[in-house]
Ligand binder design. Structure first.
Ligand SMILES: NC(=O)c1ccc[n+]([C@@H]2O[C@H](COP(=O)([O-])OP(=O)(O)OC[C@H]3O[C@@H](n4cnc5c(N)ncnc54)[C@H](OP(=O)(O)O)[C@@H]3O)[C@@H](O)[C@H]2O)c1
Length: 418
């Protein structure tokens, strides 16, 4: 077997990640990887690399038999999928960082990898510098993964950190994130939770063998979180983080969602501040492990691409072990969650659907409650993100069926609600 394959790279994209990779490769000659051509969109832009390296014609790379690896780091999901599909079909290995494209096209990409037997690696697409995908594939290659909880979006984590530490309002914190380059000029993909949900969709495949579109996942961002919610969290000695999580329930099915959550001071995720990412994995016997690092940026992201390139020299492929070698897990909606809800007017809150209301505050113009509700009363429903309502999960939010029966059913009268 060829173990030290020479890599001749065709690079798509020379932006934050592409240029970062170009520089990183110049400093790692031992990898035996050379960039033969770079395809970009706008021919006229000034670049910090020789002009003859660049083309705007994707065929120059895709039809070149000497190029055995395509690195796709462009910022347009449709063209990215076309490039990756054609590269795989022509027998080239592919490294990609395009999380949106991967989440949108995972079933087709799985099929293409089967048909072509070509390797598609995308460690950079989730948590950039934190090696989470290969760990889920190789290290947690068994049925003992109890849960995975992660901060996968650096922009929203930066904004929440500033809301907490400097008591900024959401808009002020967002502006600061944009000024410092941690948030896009159109921040909606980040602050509305799409970016985190995209990453979570394919991490669920590597963690539990679940293939899911983000439309089938419950997720939200942080744009509804108000300064008052941060105040309540502070009083209770919690932080608020946007947490992507998945947990295997007693019945073997998996509960998964991406929602803001109150975080205790002894939770590993509380250490994840500003633009950093963090992942806490809980597995049988090993207990908890915590991964921490930069989830975006030129060199951190390029480092993950570099690691994938290095793996290609040894013909590495994702085997999707949880999907193909184990019985894949099933996603379930049949569990309860404990939530904090703040709102302007009680008439927008379906209080009758709560199993228990454990706290209730109505003393200021903004009211809140903490209670337990079935997940199906959240999934596919709009009430918890409309009319100024804000939903934040409490710590340890998942309650299984057998436990909910133990909850004391507090009547709404007792809670002071009606
Ligand atoms: N930035 C990060 O920290 C980070 C982290 C993890 C993952 N990612 C992902 O990595 C990818 C690249 O991100 P980025 O931040 O490097 O983007 P970026 O700075 O906006 O650069 C995008 C590059 O793609 C090129 N491009 C766009 N459409 C193209 C097309 N149809 N054909 C050829 N080239 C095209 C652009 O060409 P021109 O230069 O000619 O405009 C540009 O060089 C995205 O999918 C992103 O989600 C980024």
């Amino acid at each position: 077997m060829e173990t030290h394959k020479q890599l001749t790279i065709g690079l798509f994209g020379f932006g934050v990640v592409g240029e970062g990779l170009y520089k990183v490769l110049q400093q790692t000659p031992s990898l035996k990887a050379t960039i033969k051509k770079v395809c970009i969109k706008h021919a006229g832009k000034k670049r910090e690399a020789p002009a003859e390296l660049f083309t705007t014609d994707r065929d120059v790379i895709l039809n070149d038999p000497d190029i055995n690896v395509v690195v796709e780091v462009i910022n347009e999901s449709g063209p990215a999928f076309e490039i990756v599909s054609r590269a795989l079909r022509s027998g080239k290995s592919v490294v990609s960082a395009s999380k949106k494209m991967i989440a949108e096209h995972l079933p087709e990409l799985l099929q293409l990898q089967k048909e072509t037997n070509a390797s598609l690696l995308y460690e950079a697409a989730a948590c950039a510098s934190i090696p989470v995908i290969r760990n889920l594939e190789e290290y947690y290659d068994n049925d003992l993964l109890h849960s995975i909880r992660a901060i996968v979006n650096g922009s929203t984590n930066f904004i929440l950190t500033k809301m907490f530490e400097e008591k900024l309002g959401f808009q002020e914190a967002l502006l600061l994130a944009q000024q410092l380059g941690f948030a896009e000029s159109d921040p909606s993909l980040d602050v509305k939770g799409y970016d985190a949900a995209n990453k979570w969709a394919f991490l669920l495949t590597h963690a539990y063998g679940i293939v899911v579109k983000i439309d089938d996942l419950v997720f939200s961002g942080i744009d509804h979180i108000q300064a008052g919610d941060a105040e309540v969290a502070r009083e209770k000695h919690f932080d608020i983080k946007l947490v992507a999580q998945a947990k295997k329930l007693a019945n073997g099915k998996v509960a998964a969602f991406v929602l803001p959550q109150f975080i205790r001071q002894d939770d590993h995720l509380v250490f994840v501040k500003n633009e950093f990412n963090g992942v806490v994995i809980e597995s049988g016997f090993a207990d908890k492990q915590f991964f921490y690092g930069k989830g975006a940026g030129s060199f951190p992201t390029a480092s993950a691409v570099l690691s994938d390139l290095s793996a290609l020299r040894y013909e590495y492929k994702y085997e999707y072990k949880k999907l193909y070698h184990h019985t894949p897990h099933e996603l379930t909606d049949d569990f309860y969650i404990r939530v904090y809800l703040s709102f302007d007017d009680l008439k927008y809150i379906p209080t009758e659907r709560f199993q228990a209301i454990e706290e209730w505050h109505a003393d200021s113009d903004r009211k809140y409650l903490i209670g337990v509700i079935h997940f199906q009363d959240i999934k596919g429903q709009g009430w918890w993100r409309e009319n100024g309502t804000s939903l934040v999960l409490t710590p340890d939010p998942i309650i299984e069926d057998m436990d909910v029966r133990k909850l004391k059913k507090k009547s709404l009268e007792l809670a002071g609600l009606i």
